[in-house]
Design a protein around this ligand. Structure first.
Ligand code: SAM
Length: 265
């Protein structure tokens, strides 16, 4: 899988020497060739002598707006560049607080795509005309405003790299992680509590069942814990299942197919 990021801060995505994605599981996956992470500086495509990527907003008001031309040309360049020929089709994504919420379902969907192109905005955002032309999938990582799309892009990349086969060791399998589902159990439950040595820590001991060696009982206990936690903390996750309490915060999941943006020259 290849992930391109269009940004004015490409150094934030360095694998070597490592920045945030160069360490831990994403760093290991990148070094193992499971994912190729390529950051492109939008500034390099600015057709003006000061390499400006932003300008003042029409209509006045505070802040700056990212201009159409540098971003459009950067997308054309990134999409044409691939290590395989012909270049794989790209799913264009704009990180924006106005996008669909990022959920595990959406991450699972994106993890199956051969190429993603992530656009990190800055300032007041991106000129609406280039968004309309590119028609990216617009994704938000939460109802708050970041200074730029880079951290949001990293959150998305980290979440999906762990789903690429081979990225996690067996001992780190993601199948029981919170929100994960399997064909056998489609409920997006929260994870169960975990314990490690010592057995007793300052008067607090590990639940006896985990020391029993009875794997079937332990599996049942873990499932009960997952259900109880989900019911207590996130009943909205159980809402689609008839046995669960109705939720005031339904999670509609992913109903946001990637639209086909205008093809670049
Ligand atoms: N004026 C914009 C608005 O209110 O919708 C916010 C712009 S924000 C200061 C600058 C950039 O940060 C955005 O263009 C986007 O790329 C990124 N960003 C901020 N919050 C985000 C969020 N919750 N999820 C994803 N990206 C976000």
């Amino acid at each position: 899988m290849r992930i391109d990021i269009l940004t004015t801060f490409p150094e934030m995505f360095a694998i070597q020497p490592p920045a945030a994605l160069g360490v831990s599981i994403p760093g290991r996956a990148a070094r193992a060739g499971l994912v190729e992470i390529v950051a492109t500086n939008i500034r390099d495509f600015a057709a003006n002598k000061h390499q400006k990527t932003d300008d003042r907003p029409f209509g006045g008001g505070p802040g700056m707006v990212m201009m159409c031309q540098p971003l459009w040309d950067a997308v054309a360049h990134a999409e044409a560049a691939d290590t395989v020929s012909p270049p794989r089709p790209c799913t264009r994504i704009l990180l924006t607080p106005q996008g669909v919420p990022l959920t595990q379902r959406l991450v699972e969907d994106l993890a199956t795509r051969p190429r993603l192109l992530l656009i990190a905005g800055h300032y007041e955002g991106v000129d609406e005309r280039v968004i309309e032309r590119l028609a990216p999938l617009e994704i938000s990582i939460g109802d708050y405003v970041l200074s730029g799309g880079e951290l949001a892009a990293m959150v998305l990349i980290d979440a999906l790299v762990r789903l690429i086969p081979g990225a996690l060791g067996d001992e780190e399998s993601s199948l029981a992680d919170s929100f994960s589902t399997t064909p056998q159990d489609p409920r997006p439950l929260l994870d169960c509590p975990h314990y490690t040595r010592p057995r007793d820590w300052e008067g607090a001991s590990v639940p006896e069942i985990l020391l029993s060696g009875d794997h079937a009982r332990i599996a049942r206990w873990r499932l009960e814990q997952r259900l109880a936690r989900t019911q207590a903390r996130r009943p909205d996750l159980l809402a689609p299942w008839p046995t669960a309490a109705p939720s005031s915060h339904p999670n509609p999941g992913v109903e946001s197919p990637v639209s086909d943006g205008e093809a670049l020259p």
